[in-house]
Design a protein around this ligand. Structure first.
Ligand code: ZN
Length: 275
């Protein structure tokens, strides 16, 4: 048994509707280590579709358009065993999530952080920004949900300048959640891991500049990201000299690479638990 006062939390990569598998992976860790998770942070592509109508508003090719496990949770048949806090990725029912752009509970033990939002959990300030980057959409306001039928679902999947500014306005977080990775976090020595990687031709093109801007200006202690469906860790020193632990998570389908566990020590330090 864990007899100290340490607090543990988990981070989870893209779920893509496999909520049962997410719960299984986290429960298995609790059983194996006898530690208790207090909360879960999820980095987008959570896919909380309540019904077919929500699913219609997700941007994705037809073969990926599936309701997934969320309805079992939404109906109350199953409950998330821990409070789960998620941001939006690029495959989400934004017709649903944009009804609560500032975030809020979507059901018991399940909270959307909003297009940009903040939560205080066990003394830690956790900030999240939803969506991915598109140079063409960055400066425009997001379409309204009343225009859903007239617009492509993709138009709702991007963050814009306003979201970045709001995220900066929240000030320095302990933990920052974004969907896609910050640019330039991969050193030359690690380039071999990024050959033939999905969504990027090589290691220098991974990530986006605005996630990097958030990292550089906010200097979170820990930054969590998904999107690439790849596990990666690095400690990045920003221009201001701050060290940021970047934790990139694979998708839930890949099993243990999709989850990470952290300990909050009595002095407030956050440290990944490596078994
Ligand atoms: Zn994904």
């Amino acid at each position: 048994m864990n007899e100290s006062n340490e607090t543990f939390f988990a981070a989870v990569g893209d779920v893509h509707g496999q909520h049962h598998e997410m719960v299984r992976l986290l429960s298995e860790w609790e059983a194996r280590t006898s530690n208790s998770i207090q909360f879960v942070l999820q980095v987008g592509d959570f896919e909380p579709h309540r019904n077919e109508e929500d699913l219609e508003t997700m941007a994705a090719p037809a073969k990926y358009r599936q309701l997934g496990d969320f309805p079992a949770f939404y109906s109350g048949e199953v409950l998330f065993p821990w409070p789960v806090y998620f941001i939006g990725g690029n495959h989400e029912p934004y017709g649903f999530l944009d009804t609560i752009p500032k975030g809020g509970p979507v059901l018991e033990n399940c909270f959307y952080l909003g297009r940009a939002g903040v939560a205080t959990l066990y003394g830690l300030k956790v900030t999240g920004m939803s969506g991915i980057y598109s140079p063409a959409k960055f400066e425009s306001p997001r379409p309204r949900i009343s225009d859903l039928k007239k617009r492509s679902n993709k138009d709702y999947t991007y963050f814009n300048q306003e979201d970045v500014e709001r995220t900066l306005d929240f000030g320095r977080p302990d933990i920052l959640l974004v969907h896609d990775w910050p640019a330039r976090i991969i050193p030359y020595e690690d380039r071999g891991q990024f050959e033939q990687q999905r969504r990027s031709p090589n290691y220098t093109s991974v990530g986006n500049e605005y996630a990097r801007v958030l990292m550089d200006l906010l200097s979170p202690r820990l930054m969590l990201c998904g999107h690439m469906h790849k596990k990666y860790r690095n400690r990045v020193t920003t221009k201001s000299g701050a060290a940021v632990d970047v934790c990139c998570l694979a998708n839930v389908e890949r099993g243990e690479d999709s989850v990470a566990f952290f300990r909050i020590a009595d002095d407030g330090t956050i440290e990944e638990v490596i078994e």
